[in-house]
Design a protein around this ligand. Sequence first.
Ligand code: MLT
Length: 205
Amino acid sequence: MSDTAPTLVHRFEPATDTARPPLLLLHGTGGDEDDLIPLGRRVAPGAALLSPRGAVLENGMPRFFRRLSEGVFDEEDLRRRTDDLAAFIRDAQARHGIAAPVALGFSNGANIAAALLLRHPGLLRGAALLRAMVPFQETPPARLDGTKVLLLSGTTDPIVPAANSARLAAILQGAGATVKHHELPLGHGLSQMDVALATDWMAGF
Ligand code: MLT
């Protein structure tokens, strides 16, 4: 571990199929490093899995950054936690000898994955964002040419308005990312549709 990288509680599982890029698993509010391991194994069998736990606690529930209220982010904290997570990823890459990961994030984890894309372009090879929102009021000027993004949103999601996920898709596309956006007839929770679409998309790496 380098002197500067923040320590995050995490799980790491080495690859059994080294042709697959590693997956960075980012859980939702109240989750932990174990939560998305089964989903990661399912959508990218054999990939290395790097799964950190968010370091912020909201009423005892782990998150990746603070919020002021539902859907209103503490952007100063978001910037700091995004940079901490970027340093953690770089350190983990060096320690485990793994390539740039593809993120698989749900809800709060998808939001910090979107922030990682915009603040640290090139760090992630791609990102599957499940129920993500626009992370910053003012978008940092990122170039994301060559980065693939899968955005899965729910048309009846009570937390993420449809216009917000459409704006996120437009922001990422405008930055040069190759974005696939599916608006599913679902709420905030995940379904087999998410699993099937994420599995298909992951096979494209
Ligand atoms: C967030 O705070 O990141 C979003 O509102 C999603 C959530 O965690 O509920």
